[in-house]
Design a protein around this ligand. Structure first.
Ligand code: GLN
Length: 459
């Protein structure tokens, strides 16, 4: 097959189903075919090809793409054409990947269902009346709906892993600093991390290797080689490994079928030669509360740049309003409810007089969580849990209940707060609803390869 044929087949699939699924916000037909043609030409001329030459990919609409719309799921960036590529975008192009287009997401990556997108919700290919997870629901739906074999997401509190879990796909949040954030629109800078999404563990590893590694343009990028993730995925083994089951991640609110599949995965790990023990991380029960102070605080600062003057949308610029009024009218019209809620929560938590009580306490909890992880890793090599407490819920069910929505990330948030690496991979279907269940694996920072060893062994 030529790269053009592979690309055309995927574009045809997108044409056939995207109207129903709404996974892609923008299909870059021309760009994709031009890239595919370049790959075929290179091959014909005997030139060296990149490691993922000709493989189509769906890119979350949070990464800037030169000359190609980048909305972050928000009206406020409508019409903006970035003048530059994110480092991740650049590395994909250098690896000869074919970028098919930009995928739907919760506005500014705030959400767990993709219902907060300004461009309509995405359907879960397993059942279009259900959510595909969020914020990266578009990327996961593109994989589950066979519109692309590879995709990219970002994970601030679970937005790669939770969509992977509910769509039966693989998603990895690399170690914080493992993948460049340059050109990745910021939500909560100390938590945001881009990562690979795929249908198999090895595919995720191949993509991880291409997108990861040091970037001088991102000051928080780790100056060390990418952990040997591909080697680990090819070798896949848990023999002699010590694995910890996080005690705090079960009980009330966890769906029976999710726990059943998780317990079966524990048995399988034992059969494959791992030693499985229970570990307690008491501070994890406070992770959600700490996250919903830290993430909104950072977002309130990061989103100040959307002032109606610099990018995209501008409202009220008719000569009758001051610059300040234009900013406020633009933000009123351009931001959705959840984004406004977070900005208000964040500015409140950071305001003088409340800073210590809210933001300060949340940072202390963050330290306790990091310490609980460190203690756990004295006993075990990796930790495991269900990725999400439930399978995909119906579209609309939690849309008006932010607290219920936030619970979707109960198990994923601690890894972000501590900067650890984590993966979600398919763990069977829940017997009661026939929907995918995700197994989460968490590893210490810079030990991302352990995720792939375990993931490939149980896949
Ligand atoms: N669902 C979480 C939130 O709404 C996590 C989002 C993410 O990881 N980007 O903030």
């Amino acid at each position: 097959l030529t790269a053009v044929e592979v690309t055309e087949a995927h574009l045809a699939r997108i044409d056939a189903v995207n109207e129903k699924v709404n996974a892609f916000l923008h299909i870059d037909r021309e760009g994709a075919l031009a890239q595919a043609r370049r790959v075929d030409e290179k091959r014909a001329n005997g030139e060296t090809l990149g490691p993922l030459a000709g493989v189509p990919l769906a890119l979350k609409d949070i990464f800037t793409t030169e000359g190609v719309p980048t909305t972050v799921g928000s009206k406020i960036l409508e019409g903006w054409l970035p003048p530059y590529d994110a480092t991740v975008t650049r590395r994909l192009k250098d690896a000869d990947v074919v970028i098919l287009g930009k995928t739907n997401m919760d506005e500014f990556a705030m959400g767990s269902s993709t219902e907060n997108s300004a461009y309509g919700p995405t359907g879960n290919p397993w059942d279009l009346t259900r959510i595909p997870g969020g914020s990266g629901g578009g990327s996961s739906a593109a994989l589950a709906g066979f519109m692309a074999p590879l995709a990219i997401g970002t994970d601030t509190g679970g937005s790669i892993r939770q969509p992977a879990a509910v769509t039966g796909t693989v998603g990895v949040k690399p170690t914080y600093g493992g993948v460049s954030r340059y050109g990745m629109v910021a939500f909560s800078s100390s938590l945001d991390q881009g990562g690979p999404c795929a249908r198999t563990v090895l595919d995720a590893a191949l993509l991880h290797e291409v997108m990861g590694g040091h970037d001088p343009l991102d000051s928080t990028s780790i100056d060390a080689p990418v952990p040997p993730v591909v080697e680990a995925a090819r070798g896949g083994s848990v023999a002699g490994m010590r694995i910890g089951v996080v005690k705090e991640f079960r009980g009330e609110g966890y769906q029976a079928g999710v726990m059943q599949r998780f317990d079966e995965a524990v048995e399988l790990l034992k059969e494959l030669g791992a030693e499985v023990v229970e570990v307690s991380c008491p501070s994890f029960t406070k992770a959600l509360a700490a996250y919903y102070l830290i993430a909104p605080s950072e977002c309130s600062s990061n989103l100040a740049r959307f002032d109606g003057l610099r990018y995209g949308l501008r409202t009220g610029d008719d000569g009758s309003h001051s610059a300040e009024e234009v900013t406020s009218l633009t933000r009123e019209a351009g931001f959705g409810d959840e984004v406004k809620r977070r900005i208000m929560l964040g500015t409140y938590a950071l305001s003088s007089g409340y800073y210590d009580a809210y933001y300060g306490s949340a940072q202390k909890v963050r330290t306790l969580i990091t310490r609980d992880f460190e203690k756990a890793y004295e006993q075990v090599d990796v930790l495991i849990s269900p990725t999400t407490p439930t399978t995909a819920f119906p579209i609309g069910e939690r849309a008006d209940d932010p607290m219920a929505m936030y619970l979707a990330d109960l198990c994923t948030i601690p890894a972000n707060l501590a900067g650890n690496a984590a993966m979600s991979l398919p763990c069977g279907l829940a017997p009661e609803d026939g929907l995918p269940v995700g197994l989460q694996i968490i590893a210490p920072a810079m030990k991302d390869d352990r995720l792939y060893s375990v993931g490939a062994a149980v896949e």
